[in-house]
Ligand binder design. Structure first.
Ligand code: CTP
Length: 131
């Protein structure tokens, strides 16, 4: 009965998000997703999300392979989130490869390969170009 935790913005949901979350769930029995606050997304990506936090939380919590969601307010609080959620496994996309190895102190850290050729940023660019 492993508890898996992962993090992300999940703005303008796409197939890369779905594949990552499904694979994360398959590593355990309970999947907890930290969804970035609007402010965190602004700081992290230099732009606000298209969908506000409330919508992103509702969308992600509606997925059948997601068991719980919470708001990620800071990138610096991963250890606290792992401990407070009693997580056994932290899943990150391999764009973060190696960057969270220090958290192996608290739980197993697993990096999963990203789905090629899609990202929220790209989707937004394509929509802008085809206007
Ligand atoms: N992800 C993935 N494959 C993709 C895009 C994202 O596996 N093609 C994963 C990320 O590695 C992360 C999660 O989905 O674990 C949420 O990523 P997020 O940053 O919200 O999505 P991106 O599409 O990468 O967003 P952006 O383009 O704004 O950076």
């Amino acid at each position: 009965m492993s508890r898996v935790i992962t993090f992300g913005t999940y703005d303008v949901l796409h197939i890369g998000h779905i594949k990552l979350l499904k694979r994360a769930k398959s590593l355990g029995s309970h999947l907890i997703v930290g969804v970035s606050s609007d402010e965190l997304n602004q700081n992290k990506k230099g732009r606000g999300p298209i969908y506000p936090l409330k919508s992103r939380l509702e969308i992600i919590s509606s997925l059948r392979f997601v068991d719980e969601v919470f708001v990620e307010d800071s990138l610096e609080l991963k250890a606290e989130y792992i401990i407070s959620n009693n997580a056994d496994i932290l899943v990150m996309g391999d764009d973060w490869q190696g960057r969270f190895d220090h958290l192996n102190e608290y739980c197993k850290v697993v990096y999963l390969p990203r789905t090629p050729s899609i990202s929220t940023t790209e989707v937004i660019e394509i929509i802008k170009e085809t206007k």
